[in-house]
Design a protein around this ligand. Sequence first.
Ligand code: 6PG
Length: 479
Amino acid sequence: MSPTQANDFGLIGLAVMGQNLVLNIESRGFSVSVFNRSPAVTEAFVAANPGKQLTACSTLPALVQSLALPRKLMIMVKAGAAVDEVIEQLVPLLSAGDIIIDGGNSLYSDTERRDAWLTPLGLRFVGAGVSGGEEGARKGPAIMPGGPASTWAVLRPIFEAIAAKVDGVPCVVHIGPGGAGHYVKMIHNGIEYGDMQLICEAYSLLKAAGLSSDEMASVFAGWNQGDLQSYLIEITAVALAQRDPATGQPLVELIQDQAGQKGTGQWTQLNAAENAVVISTINAAVEARVLSSQKPLRLRASGLLHGPAPAPPLATPEDKARLVAQVHDALYASKVVSYAQGLDLMRSMSDKKQWALDLGAIAGIWRGGCIIRARFLNHISAAYAADPGLRNLMLAPFFQQLLNRSQQAWRTVVAQAVMQGIPVPAFSASLAYYDSLRSARLSANLLQAQRDFFGAHTYERTDRPAGEWFHTDWPEVID
Ligand code: 6PG
């Protein structure tokens, strides 16, 4: 590396995501300096990619020295303390105006802390959500950068070049200040959890009805040609068709039913609770993962707790087709609820933090590159373009009509699942949210009576103006 080297971009952390991002960035014509804690990994990566504008740097000072000003350094290491460790090593090496980008799944409040740490030092910190997994990093992720608006002019050319494109439009926008980028990535992941759980519940219903793995693969492949088109539906169809090479059996049926999770779904739950925003479908998805992981407990309970006898498999193609159509509608309607809840949480947090998030633009960049990419997101972008102040996605005309025409099949599916003892926590949470939202009068009147009975918390009356509070001297209860 010559002392006058002036590369366009630096990346720290050469795990697969980091390596693929480097190859993507370089393939767009940018020169990239790379560093890994293990120099051997750095050397091996550059050696394995000859003839490219890649510079192996064995130390952080060498990496920093190799970059043109203002320096753009992306950190791709495990979220948490490792990010702080790298930043601490970088700070004394950098100049005012340099940009540090954290491309991991960091918690937005950590990003805010790092922003507050670095800004007084004249450095600029960008927390950027990067979605699409290893393949997305190489071919085109969706990118959700936050941080100072001044960084967008500097980073935009690179990020737009490497991002996925939908209709020629890059799946990246500047999300907002501070931790807004990582926050939106967290919401993306919460919605991802909801999407994945809803698909799994659809699968459990079809399987209980007697469809084979190949039949279910065909159903999902068919749905992927219609309004449920999405990356997750597509990979589900492929996964269900996959045979285990050793046994010839459907591979999915050989996989243990215990789900993992790295934490972004749980962060979403905590944030919703802090903001008093209902995300019942996403909550159901996170909880379903937790309950699935409690296999020993479930095995013990399965021998002790009773349920209905399994329904006989559907006999005729007509019966199967009817169920498939009903499950399609229940899945689509539940998905609308899950997105409405995730967007409602983003709106609430945006107001609280004064981030001025553009929900339509965010839905727009989610159309490609990211894990929840789907045709469906076009309708969300259109809904917010038509009504930027939309209070709840479900009330947008397109989604109102979708829900209204789906709600009967949705009820039938949930009711049949309940009667057959098939757990559908996310379908049923979504339906309960739908029915609660459309209820002009809920049962909370009795709840207010209970609260006033034991705690004198007072209540308002239907026949008096709002803001007038009442208390009743309830009869004594001798318990
Ligand atoms: C993405 C994914 C990714 C996610 C991993 C693990 O947008 O590319 O959301 O960031 O963290 O797939 O997620 P879980 O272990 O939480 O399922």
